[in-house]
Design a protein around this ligand. Structure first.
Ligand code: DC
Length: 221
């Protein structure tokens, strides 16, 4: 294994991990791997192919034929799943509602973790997810656990969706995020938990730029 730079950013839904990670990876000149997008793509494909999540043979087959590829197009990262651009589709409310159920299947986690570790063995990477510091990259040089209050995370998601022209109910959004937190934290395999050696960053009262600067300086130092 090469001596690559590994940065792990974990935390609950809506803590701002992916926006921060994207900018930070560009500044640090390393590959950004959105591991949540990978679980979303598996969920999307299972729904598309009508494979019930509890059909382990079907899910195993789906994983064996799965080809995930991140491609940079006009400065934006796209995710291709078996040759199809699923960048937008994996953000749908249906996928968001089902992804926790898929992410708790051990078979799915094993396949995703293996792919993520393979990428990290060859390139400098910054990964965001739930189990990066604990399971995927336990030896990462930098580990951060980004969080914010439930109210603030729901408010940010709400503004983000509003900007995209999607109308949602703030209270419903808060309930959805709380449910996803609960499922992600209580599952048996690789639950969402702060790695003992990860630095906790509460972004509730920080601007986006402040978070990026804070992490950048910790790494660049
Ligand atoms: O970060 P996100 O909201 O796009 O993640 C989607 C789901 O995938 C979320 O419910 C938790 C799960 N996930 C996971 O279990 N492990 C990861 N490394 C990343 C995401």
């Amino acid at each position: 294994m090469k001596n690559t730079l590994q940065i792990a950013i974990d935390g609950p839904a809506g803590a701002g991990k992916s926006s921060v990670a994207k900018v930070l990876a560009k500044r640090l000149n390393c590959i950004y791997l959105d591991t949540g997008a990978m679980y979303r793509a598996v969920t999307w494909l299972a729904m598309q192919q009508q494979v019930p999540f509890d059909d382990l043979t079907g899910m195993d087959q789906l994983l064996k034929n799965l080809q995930l590829e991140f491609r940079e197009e006009d400065g934006v990262q796209h995710l291709y799943c078996n040759g199809m651009d699923v960048t937008e589709a994996i953000r749908s409310t249906e996928v968001s509602a089902n992804v926790s159920a898929v992410a708790m299947i051990p078979l799915v986690r094993e396949a995703m973790v293996a792919q993520q570790q393979k990428i990290a063995a060859d390139c400098d990477v910054l990964m965001d997810g739930r189990d990066i510091g604990t399971t995927v990259l336990p030896d990462a040089r930098y580990k951060f656990f980004l969080t914010a209050s439930l109210e603030e995370r729901a408010r940010r998601r709400y503004l983000e969706l509003q900007q995209k022209g999607v109308s949602v109910d703030l209270e419903q959004l808060q309930r959805d995020i709380a449910l996803r937190d609960q499922k992600d934290s209580q599952r048996e395999v690789s639950p969402l938990v702060q790695a003992p050696d990860a630095e906790l960053i509460d972004t509730s009262h920080m601007t986006f730029d402040e978070v990026v600067e804070k992490l950048f300086h910790k790494i660049a130092k």
